[in-house]
Write a protein of this length. Structure first.
Length: 417
């Protein structure tokens, strides 16, 4: 009798220990919620448009809607938010205001906010104070709604390939390098996808990333549009009957243009959006989702020595002259979802930097998100400084800093596997 009682006691103790061991894993079960709100300006607003200095008038027409999309994640210990707006980007000040408001009004720490622009060149300028104030209000409301919709999810990561981008640093007739089409130049065709689905396999959000400028429509366009990024996101949402929110982000696209454009034909926007959207959906449907590990987020600010064109020197000069300028602030951000690393950079990063990060990261599922949490301009790799191009004459950073600072900083933030 005593032996039986001792055996039962030992069994109960083992069961209790096992249950205690399960608790931390249960506490780290990931929840997610997503929301989408429109940020299309009023048709009569006629706001100045982004991306091309030659456009001096306000927009004439709304061609397709603009959106801000939000995804909130919760592992029971911490929360994080991803916010993506159909804008050319977010200036430092706007990104700061949004992160501060999210922290103040939802409790999500500002260092846990990854806010990015899709880099469409067919949206209003983010320097317009009244419009951006409204966009920030909408972004905050999208975060609130996403947070209110939190539910247990499983997560899957996968990659595909889309031939809708091309290197744009092309050889000119005078022997120099400038904006054009260079099919032999370096180009990353990877489509990265993170799928969040409910425990019943209902899609909640599809996060995607691809390295391309939102410039199918060129400087003669005066119609508001999400361009290629917006078309791809809308394709994904239509596929899922708008059950899922599609957050499209730009990769290391500083030297990457769409294979069509810049032009005047929106049918090209729709065609490339369909091609890219189809690949996002194909990858999302193929990945196997599973319970995700804990969340971890961090931010870091770097400063690289700055420069600008000397007075009297022109960008297309064979040997343009530069003078010292204020240091350039580069913001790095990390959102790690288990073994998935979303690595944010506040600028237009060139391809080699993005590829180097992926090659050196201990996590195979590493994604570089550019135009994130601010705007630092073009951020070239060291090799690209060796020839004069649009990106090099426009960049505000001196050679010798950006590539190593970005890759080294992000690897330190990602940490060991």
């Amino acid at each position: 009798m005593m032996a039986a009682m001792m055996c039962t006691l030992r069994s109960l103790l083992l069961l209790s220990a096992a249950a205690a061991g399960c608790c931390p894993a249960a506490e780290e079960a990931l929840r997610a919620g997503a929301a989408r709100l429109e940020i299309t300006p009023a048709p009569e607003a006629a706001l100045p448009m982004s991306g091309y200095a030659s456009r001096t008038e306000g927009f004439k027409k709304i061609r397709d809607p603009l959106f801000v999309r939000a995804l909130v994640l919760d592992d029971s210990r911490r929360q994080a938010a991803i916010v993506v707006a159909d804008l050319i980007g977010l200036p430092h000040a706007a990104a700061d205001r949004l992160a501060e408001r999210i922290e103040r009004e939802t409790g999500i720490p500002r260092d846990h906010v990854l806010a990015a622009g899709t880099h469409t060149h067919a949206a209003p300028q983010p320097q317009n104070a009244a419009y951006m104030s409204w966009v920030e209000d909408r972004a905050l409301e999208a975060v609130r709604r996403a947070r209110a919709a939190l539910e247990p999810v499983r997560v899957g990561f996968g990659t595909g390939r889309a031939n809708v981008n091309v290197n744009r640093v092309a050889r000119m007739a005078d022997g120099g390098w400038w904006l054009g089409v260079n099919p032999d130049g370096i180009s990353d065709k990877t489509v990265a996808v993170v799928k969040f689905e409910s425990l019943s396999a209902r899609p909640v959000a599809v996060f995607s990333n691809f390295a391309v400028h939102g410039t199918v429509m060129g400087p003669r366009n005066y119609q508001v549009s999400g361009d290629l990024p917006g078309a791809a996101a809308r394709f994904v949402e239509r596929h899922y009957g708008e059950q899922a929110v599609a957050l499209w982000t730009s990769g290391a696209a500083g030297d990457q243009n769409p294979i069509y454009g810049p032009g005047d034909d929106f049918s090209r926007v729709d065609a490339l959006g369909m091609i890219l959207g189809e690949e996002i959906v194909r990858v999302a449907e193929a990945v196997r989702s599973s319970p995700a590990g804990p969340l971890r987020a961090a931010r870091k600010t770097l400063r690289c020595p700055g420069r600008r064109l000397a007075e009297g020197s022109k960008p297309r000069d064979p040997s343009p002259q530069f003078v010292d300028a204020d240091p350039v602030e580069i913001r790095l951000s990390l959102l790690r979802i288990g073994e998935i690393a979303l690595a944010g950079v506040s600028g237009e990063v060139l391809t080699r930097i993005g590829q180097r990060l992926k090659d050196e990261s201990p996590l195979p599922a590493t994604v570089m998100v550019t135009h994130a949490n601010g705007s630092s301009g073009y951020l070239p790799d060291e090799a690209s400084f060796q020839r004069i191009s649009y990106e090099i004459t426009t960049a505000r950073v001196k050679p010798g800093c950006a590539e190593q600072a970005i890759v080294g900083g992000l690897l330190e933030m990602i940490g060991p596997r």
